[in-house]
Design a protein around this ligand. Structure first.
Ligand code: AHM
Ligand code: MG
Length: 349
């Protein structure tokens, strides 16, 4: 991992042109990423207005918040961020279609515009529960290729495993706005320079340390977890004198973007396991626009990502809004969590 000195800083535009020259991306994918980054700048401005902009609180009418397909109440900023991403990506000719956490089904690009070869999936504003309390939220996105011969993509055309992602990223709206991106050649961070309005490369080749002493999980769900997760976390909490032989610290922002940004920066494991409350749905977090893009970013930074029982990027999706259990971050710690699942499953088989 190398930090960039002020004199050698590259803009996102320059970085993408160099990726194109290196043969890592084509011009349409470069345009797509530029458009998403521009939309994220807009969202960053809206998020930053807070109470002054009238953007806080629930969408819909008082007492009757609008709901998304997940049955979750939408915040005003969820809807604003979704609209910004939809509008920005509608007309450029780089996409065949889009899918979002906030929309029941995918949407093909309108006939009035040319259609490109890519599919874009996104969670427009992740960490919705933190919007009104001024804690970091973010946008997560994933790019897939539209299958050969498909001109009007439907939901089924998005159901590709995470290994098929051509690019993935997120943007955090926190004390600073940072875009973290991979096109399959490392994971890189770009900080928004608000004075010039450009994302500037601030970390090339993020690297997650293989070992960690920090974990992130919603501990209030502990009693609802399955036995292997119970055993794993009990051993983390046992600390130095327990079987793991070291003390662990815990952090939980409740915005996946912020929790993942922390582990990309200094290591850690993030997990949202199966629990009795979300088991029937398959998990809490969504595979296609939360778990998979984060898994690609983490693997590209030398980390690992798993459902606890399978490499995340190899899960064959069956639904656009499918949910999965998630373990990702420092490689050795993810492997430790997976071992607890493997041993439990072997003992109960
Ligand atoms: P969202 O996309 O509706 O905001 O939900 C996803 C969020 C993640 O960012 C976060 O890790 C998790 O839900 C928080 O869950 P909890 O409320 O159990 O802490
Ligand atoms: Mg989310």
């Amino acid at each position: 991992m190398s930090s960039i000195t002020p004199t050698s800083r590259h803009s996102l535009t320059r970085f993408l042109i160099e990726e194109e020259r290196a043969g890592h991306i084509g011009p349409d994918l470069r345009l797509l990423i530029e458009v998403v980054a521009r939309a994220c700048k807009r969202i960053s401005i809206e998020v930053g207005k807070g109470a002054l902009g009238g953007v806080l609180g629930d969408a819909g009418t008082p007492g009757a918040a609008s709901m998304n397909i997940q049955g979750e109440a939408q915040k005003k900023l969820d809807v604003i961020a979704n609209d910004v991403l939809m509008e920005a990506n509608a007309w450029g000719g780089h996409l065949a279609g889009l899918a979002s956490e906030e929309m029941d089904h995918s949407v093909p690009i309108d006939d009035m515009y040319p259609r490109g070869n890519y599919l874009l999936l996104f969670d427009p504003l992740d960490g919705s529960s933190n919007i009104d309390v001024n804690i970091s939220v973010g946008t997560i996105f994933s790019v897939l290729r539209c299958p050969e011969g498909v001109t009007v993509p439907a939901d089924e055309h998005y159901l590709q495993p995470g290994t098929s992602q051509l690019a993935a990223g997120y943007c955090t709206y926190g004390p600073n706005t940072t875009l973290v991106l991979t096109v399959g050649h490392g994971t890189h961070a770009f900080t928004l320079d608000r004075e010039i309005g450009s994302f500037m490369l601030t970390t090339r080749g993020m690297q997650i340390p293989a070992e960690t002493q920090e974990f992130a999980v919603n501990m209030s769900n502990q009693r609802h977890w399955q036995p292997p997760m119970q055993a794993y976390v009990a051993d983390l909490l046992a600390g130095k004198t327990g079987p793991r032989g070291k003390d662990f610290n815990m952090r939980w922002v409740a915005s996946m973007v912020a929790d993942v940004h922390r582990l990309l920066t200094r290591g850690g494991i993030f997990s949202y396991p199966l629990d009795a409350k979300c088991e029937a749905k398959g998990g809490k977090l969504r595979l296609m626009y939360e778990a998979n893009p984060m898994a690609m970013l983490v693997e590209q930074a030398g980390g690992a990502a798993s459902t606890g029982r399978q490499r995340m990027l190899e899960v064959q999706p069956t639904g656009l809004h499918q949910r999965v259990p998630v373990f990702l971050g420092s490689r050795n710690e993810v492997e430790a969590a997976v071992t607890y699942h493997r041993q439990h499953d072997a003992a109960t088989a």
